[in-house]
Design a protein around this ligand. Sequence first.
Ligand code: PCA
Length: 208
Amino acid sequence: MTRILLTGFEPFAGAPCNPSWDAVKIVGETWSGAAELVTARLPVEFGGAADALASLVRRHTPDAVVAVGVAEGRAAITPERIAINLADATIADNAGARPVDEPIDVEGPAAAFSTLPVRAMVEAVTAAGLPASLSLSAGAYVCNHVMYESLVRIARDVPAVGFIHVPASSEMLLAPSVPTLPVQRTAAGLTLCLKVVVDHLHPPLPTT
Ligand code: PCA
């Protein structure tokens, strides 16, 4: 059976929660798609997150890896198109690391494209009345790092690998001007994204 590894992140930057994990947890508890779903929570640490993902990939040998993180300020569910070979943090990660202007992999490519069906994912989510759009930048913090490492190194033989940023939630207690999406809606959008991934790996037979 097809197996999907879906990850969210622990809280960081003093926030009480991280809607990426809150939503991933709901997706795991309610999933009824045609694939086995494994969910896990990653640390917000350069290096630590990639190491945790690498051991999950070794242990579960998934057919798809979908990592999810929060992007404060975004109002939509945003599949990332590309990860760049740059670690440039404006705040320290949860282990105190704060790389500035550093390549992730000195010998690696400048960038790597998502191998998820990102456009079809956006179409499925918007068709359900939920906010979604394609993103051209995963930033240069831990999320971009995990996406880059998974595409270039950790899961390079896995057929569908990528990253989705989700909006903040009201539970994060951020300034009222920061857009939020209820985690139940984020979870519904992520579930639709995963169903598109399953169809992409195993296209349904045409009904004639
Ligand atoms: N968002 C951060 C790291 C963890 C998370 O949920 C990011 O966008 O890099």
